[in-house]
Ligand binder design. Sequence first.
Ligand SMILES: [Zn+2]
Ligand SMILES: [Zn+2]
Ligand SMILES: [Zn+2]
Length: 409
Amino acid sequence: MQQGDNMKRIKSVFSFLFLSFIFIFVTAAIFGAADHEHKYTELYTVKPVCTEKGYTVFSCVCGDSYEGNLTDELGHDFSSEVIYYKKATCLEKGEAGRYCKRCYAKSDITYYDKTPHKPVEVMVKATSKKDGEARKECSVCKKLYSRETISKIASVKLESKTYTYDGKVKTPSVAVKDSKGNKLKNKRDYTVKYQKGRKKTGTYSVKITFKGNYEGEKTLYFKIRPVVVRNLSATPSISSVYLSWDKSKGADGYEIYLKTDKLKLVKDTDKLYYRVNKINGKKLKSGTDYTFLVKSYKKAGDKKLYSASKKIKVTTKPQKCRIKKVSTSSGGITVSAVKQNCHGYEFLLSTNKSFSNPVSVRLKGKSKRSYTFKNTIKGKTYYVKVRAYITSGGESYKGYYSEIKKIKG
Ligand SMILES: [Zn+2]
Ligand SMILES: [Zn+2]
Ligand SMILES: [Zn+2]
């Protein structure tokens, strides 16, 4: 057998040599080189392994070579005991057998069936930032049996963020909704912890801690404001307004604002009244509408906790009226007043200077500045005077009378 192999190798070497001879002959013929006799030397030796023979390579300087000195394959070396074992899983069969000590080739393999999947429930809790999910999957290969999304927490709100002090404890309920608009359930999905007290004016916390299918926490705040200022009243003068109000229990002070298109703080006081004389350094205008707001407040550290604001509208009193013109005609005596800010004018006519039993006419609207007293007697002496008025807070406030004018009918 070994001899036969050697013969084959030698044959192939011979055929190679034959071709080489032709090549060398041709080369020698062309270049006139001398004939060559091979001289083989050992180049290297390959040792035999489990399944392959060993051999030595001999070569000549001309490049020709052959493999000789073949040695037998070693054959595997299996130990007698089982030296490897791989557990079966749901993905792969199990296996046990022996290894060759040299090349780790396997022998005497026993296979074990795949094991069943191991389904487990996996819960990824939802937060206010991310959806969660409840899924059933094989714990080994992650094969999915079912999956249910738990929508993230979208809103956490208090029933009310603002209360007014009334001596009762405030406990606003909490409403939590997920991103689909479903309501979460107290105690099952979250717990609520209220700050202690919650009766006096102040700011209180409500801490919501999520549980069950949800996790995370959120703290909300609500206020108990001081009571609204009561019995706010405004008494107008020509160029100022006197404001007064009742004491609000527990309030540390009051702020007065002028309301135009925005609010302007006029005064911060701990008294129960204030006369508004000037706004932006200027006196108030006569016969003009002003709206003031008054808020009570309770100091809370360096901040103030305000009551809701109480609004009052007021019109300053008109100025002393002046007569523009008095004239007599066939229609009677006509009196006109100088224009000013007011809600209307009163025209008085009398036959005596002391204005006992006068004829008095009130015209509504500041544009109606002229009035004609009809049926006056020609040649008779009359006295006239005028004043402007405003209506504020349901009351009428009159300005000073003009000078008295004497005229013949
Ligand atoms: Zn050679
Ligand atoms: Zn081996
Ligand atoms: Zn599996």
